[in-house]
Design a protein around this ligand. Structure first.
Ligand SMILES: [Zn+2]
Length: 164
């Protein structure tokens, strides 16, 4: 029987429906992983709009924000990166949203700075975990010492393992 060749609208790669996990939307077929990724990005973009609507009130401009997001994507910014930049600028730095004129033009100026901030924050979080919970957990693990002595002194046993 002939295989069904389809093209994923998200990554634009062709694949066979018989070979990969896919999600059907109307008459289009997405790789399952591409579909999940796409949905994730849609949710993040919604949250960007939601945040800006809250911050800017009447000045909020959906069209301008959408065109900025697509321009930023072409520049290599990710939706989550854009969201984190806005979180940084307004929630951490407490900047005045009235200077935004209902859009997110600030992102390109502070994206790098924001990424540094969150990366640093992530690092210190891991350090904290490592010094506390993880270390404590590790201390409970049994200590296994690997030696070759069993191999050289008990060859019969080694053979048994080979049969598995
Ligand atoms: Zn795909």
């Amino acid at each position: 029987m002939a295989k069904h060749k389809v093209k994923c609208p998200s990554c634009e790669q062709s694949f066979y429906r018989e070979d990969e996990e896919y999600v059907q939307v109307k008459n289009r077929y997405y790789h399952k992983k591409c579909y999940i990724e796409r949905n994730k990005n849609d949710i993040i973009i919604d949250s960007i709009h939601c945040k800006m609507r809250e911050l800017c009130g009447n000045a909020y401009n959906k069209k301008r924000i959408d065109s900025k997001i697509s321009a930023y994507k072409k520049m290599g910014f990710t939706p989550i990166g854009i969201k984190k930049t806005l979180d940084y600028w307004y929630d951490i730095k407490k900047n005045d949203p009235s200077a935004a004129y209902g859009s997110i033009g600030i992102v390109e100026y502070v994206y790098g700075e924001a990424m540094d901030y969150w990366e640093e924050k992530e690092k210190s979080k891991h350090q904290y975990n490592e010094t506390n919970f993880d270390k404590w957990k590790k201390s409970l693990e049994p200590k296994i010492i690997h030696t070759n002595s069993t191999v050289t002194t008990k060859p019969k046993r080694l053979k048994l393992f080979h049969l598995e």
